[in-house]
Design a protein around this ligand. Sequence first.
Ligand code: FES
Length: 210
Amino acid sequence: MRPVAANRGGSRGLRFGSSAIPFFDDPLVPFFTYQWSGDALVLDAPFLETLERIEARYPDRRSAMLPALYLLQERDGYITPEGMQALAAHFDISPMAVYEVASFYTLFHFSPPGRHQIQVCRTLPCALRGAGEVVTHICNRLDIDVGERTSDGTFSLQTVECLGSCDTAPMMQVNDLYYDNLTRAEIDAILDELRDQEASHTKRPGPDGY
Ligand code: FES
């Protein structure tokens, strides 16, 4: 077990309509049917001030889409339909164009994640080295499926494409740290340690108050 800083940003590998990835299906339904009221407060003054500073670094301000999405997620905890609609209006592009960017990256979430976001790589090198067993073990330990969050909001589980640590497969990312060469015992130790940390520190509430 060797936790290392994550490089943040594997590609997501979308499969629309697949019940195998409920995480990506259900939370997006509101986005496609959502009618934005045009509430300007979605991008309030402090947000716009920060965003405009970032935009000034680029020849085309639309190139600030990724940091804008990251800002939104930092503020709201996850990417909301309202946020995507508001960014679309701000950049004068279609909401679908915003969604296309946001949905490509696993660092963006469309529903409230757990305080500890577990992302298990499922791409071929990790798959050949037991990624499936890693996922099954975590699901059993936490009593959740992929795409779900524990009832206390502590953990959420997601499978992702290559995180760039193939030589140490199987591996997973928890928040900003990589854990590699995983075994069941090491997964148990990691989850126990995170639970212990929760118990010994004041909990930081998640985006929806958990
Ligand atoms: S295949 Fe898993 S990190 Fe590359």
